[in-house]
Design a protein around this ligand. Structure first.
Ligand code: HAM
Length: 412
């Protein structure tokens, strides 16, 4: 609704500005993709793919899906456009995503994400760049009391080593697992770490942890990131259980949470996905990214972002010739950065003045028959203490108009 959108627009423009300053470029992908993209990209046994996708057959009997997230779509788009062979790409997107989840505060079936993807670098410095970008964006918006949680999921080899001992542990505790987790022991055991079932979560406290199975190289990479976060004074918590809900992650995984959000506490999630691009059919290209949930972000940003700019000029006009002049003038004013409102009620000047007051207009223009006959209008500051500042300007007198506008918009 218009009043709610003021905050959204203010937040979105700060986000765009910050991304521009970091030379990240926008990419726009379709909302609908072939279902197979998400099955292959996100993983068939993830909750997102197995339970939450809006999937349908189109008239050509092709299985299509409303995108549940943006990363797979961006990867598909850059492969299709031959961009993975180019140098390092820094991309962002903003738009609706769809997941069939139980709606509640901070969880919608159509929600919005701002996503950022850095494609083509395996340097741990790009991990740092991405984490600090996500962190700083949230700071810029004045969001307080955030927790950054990080973990390393290692590479495929590390995970294979871990999986062997984890499966052994799962099998010995099989009867104590929830049904969903039992089904995943053979199919995708790592997904069990992401279970929402409280009893299984408790049981997992005694399970082997992935971090103990990382190779020296993977550990060094993880240490580099932690050391540098310390240097940058970005506080973080190590969470060895953090695996994220999507299958494509390797090495760095992170989430930014806020207790102010209640049970849906994660406002931002991301990580490295070095195998995804190859898996979807592109060249072997490393990448890392994150996405911020905008509905959750809106719950966290301060009220002062709800402020909008009032009307700069309210055009009061009475009589046929005055009405014609008012239209000409409002067209002219569109060339300047001023917010105008033309009164089209035809009611008395005093009633129109009341409306200008209600809209808290900075300045009013009054066109009565007398002024209109001379092709002129009166312009007046409307704030209480400057009531007497007034000027009569001819419609053709652009410099006179511009001089006046400096009163209400210092720089335009
Ligand atoms: P994700 O953790 O699935 O990651 O989603 C990112 C964020 O989107 C969440 O932290 C949350 O704020 C928001 N979100 C997710 N589902 C909902 C929902 N149903 N209602 C409201 N907000 C929601 C991804 O989507 C990855 N593509 C992030 C990424 C980018 N990883 C690498 N690059």
């Amino acid at each position: 609704m218009p009043d709610q959108l003021i905050k959204w627009q203010n937040v979105e423009s700060i986000l765009r500005e910050q991304l521009k300053r970091s030379s990240v470029k926008e990419i726009r992908t379709p909302i609908i993709e072939m279902t197979e993209l998400f099955e292959r990209g996100i993983g068939e046994s993830t909750d997102v793919v197995s339970k939450e996708m809006y999937t349908f057959l189109d008239r050509g009997e092709r299985s299509c899906t409303l995108r549940p997230e943006g990363t797979a779509s961006v990867v598909r788009a850059i492969i299709n456009n031959g961009l993975t062979t180019n140098s390092f790409q820094k991309l962002w997107y903003m738009g609706p995503m769809f997941r069939y989840e139980r709606p509640q505060a901070g969880r919608q079936r159509q929600f919005h994400q701002l996503g950022v993807e850095y494609i083509g670098s395996n340097s741990p410095r790009s991990d740092l760049e991405i984490i600090t970008l996500a962190w700083d964006i949230l700071q810029k918006l004045g969001v307080k009391n955030l927790n950054l949680e990080i973990n390393s999921l290692g590479d495929s080899e590390d995970r294979k080593n871990y999986q062997n001992s984890f499966i052994e542990w799962l099998e010995s505790n099989y009867k104590l697992l929830d049904l969903d987790s039992q089904n995943r022991v053979k199919k995708n055991p790592l997904r069990i770490l992401d279970t929402k079932n409280r009893e299984t979560q408790n049981l997992l406290k005694n399970a082997p942890v992935l971090i103990d199975f990382l190779s020296q190289k993977s550990l060094e990479r993880y240490e580099f990131i932690k050391d540098n976060l310390d240097l940058l004074k970005i506080p973080f918590i190590e969470n060895t259980k953090l695996v994220r809900g999507l299958d494509y992650y390797t090495h760095t995984a992170f989430e930014i949470t806020s207790i102010a959000l209640g049970s849906q506490a994660t406002v931002c999630g991301g990580g490295r996905y070095d195998n995804l691009i190859k898996q979807i059919g592109g060249n072997d290209t490393p990448a890392i990214g994150f996405a911020i949930g905008l509905e959750r972000l809106m719950l966290l940003v301060e009220k002062d972002l709800e402020i909008h700019r009032n009307i700069d000029l309210y055009i009061i006009n009475k009589g046929i010739i005055a009405e014609a002049l008012a239209i000409k003038l409002s067209r002219k004013l569109r060339n300047y950065d001023v917010i105008t409102e033309i009164d089209i009620s035809g009611s008395s000047i005093s009633k129109q003045l009341k409306k200008a007051n209600k809209f808290k207009a900075k300045s009013i223009i009054i066109i009565g028959e007398e002024e209109a006959m001379k092709n002129q209008f009166k312009i007046r500051l409307f704030s209480d203490n400057e009531n007497n500042k007034e000027k009569t300007i001819n419609l053709e007198d652009n410099s006179g108009l511009e001089e006046w506008l400096k009163n209400i918009i210092p720089i335009y």
